[in-house]
Each structure stands twice: as structure tokens, then as C-alpha cells.
Design a protein around this ligand. Structure first.
Ligand SMILES: Cc1ncc(COP(=O)(O)O)c(C=O)c1O
Length: 375
């Protein structure tokens, strides 16, 4: 039996301020995304979290940094009018850059790999971007490094071409100031923020602004098993969007209170529960974030106000997360996640393969970075 959705609405109560938006340009559709209360089956009624639905943007979460990075590069003179933009993306930033290219008049090339869903490649092409796929992973840095090498090659032979470099560009994190302001306006107070980590952009940008307003904010990072970001050994990953085989400079390690690694079967379970019980759902990062935010809602004291960022919607995952045949082939069905994560004391204590949490977060490259700084 499904619970009555109206019976357990916490503060702030569900309101919809009318936003009779009449946009003159597609970029004006970015932002002012809604928030949805999510409880069962992730948490008991009354103990849920507020999901910020970034899938309501025309392309997804990354419309915000794509527009901001291009705008700032133009302002600084790094990107000349009409010059090409080249970037590595698994899809979401590519969609945002296609929008930025249309908005500011730049041709866009997205370098991806065979893991990009055909629907996303077609959508990017339809929206005017050129999609190039690398064919083999880099021996150490995996697909991500192979994509970055291809971007470097393209930049070297295309005069005036600009790469936003979402892994290192501070404008990526800064782009989320409006999102933070929206969350404050929508929720009033935020105690815990749960965010997936890929480039580190939205967790860093949001937590910086939210912490200025709420100094006791707890930031929980959500990563994929097999991702190297928080000090685990890099391994092949099925989940896209969150996680990385390299260490992005945009990750603000000091901002995190804890990190959770989530496995694909657990994210699939959460995505499908969201779709069934709350209609709204998304892809790998949405499932992983919902699982962890639900755990936080059960574990933190009653009354803790938890915000979770849902980066995109479900459509591009219809042939993976929501496809029984594909999921069965990958052994992802029929596995209900445990009620809580395993715990490890140090982020590199052992290689984890299922939902695991670590309450110590540190930069795995801190020593190398300090040495480079001293030189
Ligand atoms: C669907 C999805 N979720 C989560 C993330 C991670 O966000 P960030 O790069 O801001 O850490 C990304 C990044 O590309 C993404 O595409």
C-alpha cells in the first residue's frame, strides 16, 4: 500500500508559487527548478529529504556551469566570438554546452566514449554539437584520460579553440551560486546536503554558499564504487555521471564530512523505487544520492533538514537502469540494498564493491600537491 502523500508533509509545506514563465530564449529556462519531498521506502514517513530536481532544466544540472563557463571565458577574452568550444563529457555537460553554443554562437565538439548512451549522442547531434568518441581507454587513466588526451589533440590543431575544462575550472563550482540561493529560498534552512561527485563542481559550489548561510552544514559526498576521487583504487565503472578515474581539482575535500560509495545494483534499486513511489526519478547519480539521503534521513536526528541534488531525469537511462534485459545481463536486478552502508575507517582501507561509508575524507593527492606547491 502506498502512503498518502499528503499525510506526512514536513515543514516547509508543499507550495507551488506560480511561475508563469514566458521565455524569450532557451537559456532563460535554466534555473528555478522545483524541490520534491521524498520519504518511503528510503526513510519512514515524515523522515525524508528534499530533492532538488535539476532534471527540470532543459539539459540537466550542467546547463548552469556550461552557460557560466562559456560566459566567463568570453568575458575574459579566452573565448573569441564564434570560436569553437571543445570539451570531454559523458553527456550532461555536453548538453549544457550545446545550449551555451546556441546561446552565445559557438560551434561545440563533445569528446565522449562508447559508454555514452546512443540517445544522448543523437540528442547532442540534433542540438548542433559534434560528437567524437574515443575508441580505447588510456592504460592508467581509463576512458576519462583517453577523452582528455583527445581534447588536447583537438585544441592543438584548432586555432582559437577553447576547452572549459570542467575538472579544473573554478567557474564550474561558482556557477552553482544561483542554485544555492534557490535552495535557501525554497527550504529556509538546510542542515545536510547530499551531492554526487564527478568533477566536484556542484558539491563545492553549493556547499561554499550554503555554509556561509548555515555554518554547521554537513556535506555528504556520494561516489561510485571503482572511482578514484576519494582515494579508492580506480576500477572499471558501470555508473556514469558521478565518479572519476582521475582526481579533479574542483573537488573541495575539506568541505565533506563523509563519503559514500554506491554500487550499480543499489543505484538501480533506488532509481526504480523512486520512479514507482515518487514518479520523479533519474539516472545513476540520482539513485545513489537518493539511497544515501534516505539513510541520512533515518540516521540523523528527527527534524534535520536534508537537501539532495538530483542531477538529471530518467530518459537517457531507459536502455540501461530501466531496461530489465540490460540490468539482468549485468547482474543488477533483485538485489535490495542493505539498510545501511558498510563502514571503513580510512578511504583507502580496502577496495569496496558495495555501499560503503567513510567518515574521514582527505585529498588522496595532498602530498603531491604540497610538493608541487613547494617547488
Ligand atoms: C548525471 C550526473 N550526475 C552527477 C554528476 C557529478 O556532478 P559534478 O561534476 O558537479 O561533481 C555529473 C557530472 O557530470 C552528472 O553528469
Amino acid at each position: 500500500m502506498h502512503p498518502s502523500p499528503s499525510a506526512h508533509l514536513p515543514e516547509p509545506s508543499g507550495t507551488r508559487t506560480s511561475r508563469l514563465l514566458t521565455a524569450r530564449r532557451p537559456s532563460h529556462l535554466v534555473g528555478d527548478t522545483p524541490v520534491l519531498w521524498v520519504d518511503t521506502p528510503f526513510a519512514p514517513p515524515g523522515r525524508g529529504f528534499h530533492a532538488k530536481l535539476e532534471g527540470a532544466n532543459p539539459g540537466g544540472l550542467k546547463d548552469r556551469p556550461a552557460l557560466h563557463m562559456v560566459r566567463e571565458a568570453r568575458r575574459r577574452g579566452d573565448l573569441a566570438p564564434g570560436a569553437p568550444v571543445v570539451e570531454s563529457s559523458s553527456g550532461t555537460l555536453g548538453l549544457g554546452l550545446a545550449l551555451a553554443g546556441l546561446t552565445y554562437g559557438h560551434p561545440v565538439t563533445v569528446v565522449s566514449d562508447p559508454g555514452m548512451e546512443p540517445a544522448v549522442a543523437r540528442l547532442l547531434t540534433a542540438r548542433g554539437a559534434r560528437v567524437l568518441q574515443v575508441t580505447a581507454p588510456h592504460p592508467e587513466g581509463g576512458w576519462q584520460e583517453a577523452r582528455r588526451a583527445r581534447v588536447a589533440e583537438l585544441l592543438a590543431r584548432t586555432p582559437g579553440a577553447y576547452c572549459p575544462d570542467q575538472y579544473r575550472n573554478p567557474d564550474n563550482a561558482a556557477a552553482y551560486q544561483p542554485l544555492a540561493a534557490e535552495l535557501i529560498a525554497q527550504l529556509g534552512r538546510i542542515d545536510v546536503l547530499v551531492a554526487a561527485v564527478g568533477t566536484g563542481g556542484h558539491s563545492a559550489g553549493l556547499s561554499a554558499v550554503l555554509r556561509a548561510a548555515f555554518p554547521r552544514l554537513t556535506l555528504i559526498g556520494v561516489d561510485s564504487v571503482g572511482s578514484a576521487i576519494f582515494g579508492q583504487p580506480a576500477a572499471p565503472r558501470l555508473m556514469r555521471g558521478l565518479g572519476s578515474s582521475v582526481h579533479p581539482d574542483n573537488v573541495d575535500y575539506a568541505a565533506f564530512a563523509e563519503v559514500h560509495w554506491v554500487a550499480p545494483a543499489e543505484a538501480v534499486w533506488a532509481c526504480r523505487q523512486l520512479a514507482r513511489r515518487h514518479y520523479v526519478s533519474g539516472g545513476w547519480s540520482v539513485g545513489a544520492v537518493a539511497l544515501v539521503a534516505g539513510w541520512a534521513a533515518r540516521t540523523y536526528p528527527a527534524g534535520t533538514r536534508i537537501a539532495a541534488v538530483f542531477p538529471d531525469g530518467p530518459h537517457r537511462y531507459l536502455t540501461t537502469v530501466y531496461d530489465d534485459g540490460w540490468c539482468r545481463e549485468h547482474g543488477l536486478l533483485g538485489r535490495t540494498p542493505p539498510p545501511g552502508p558498510d563502514d571503513i575507517a580510512e578511504p583507502d582501507a580496502r577496495a569496496v564493491t558495495r555501499w560503503t561509508r567513510c567518515a574521514r575524507v582527505r585529498d588522496p593527492l595532498a602530498r603531491d600537491r604540497a610538493k608541487a606547491g613547494a617547488r
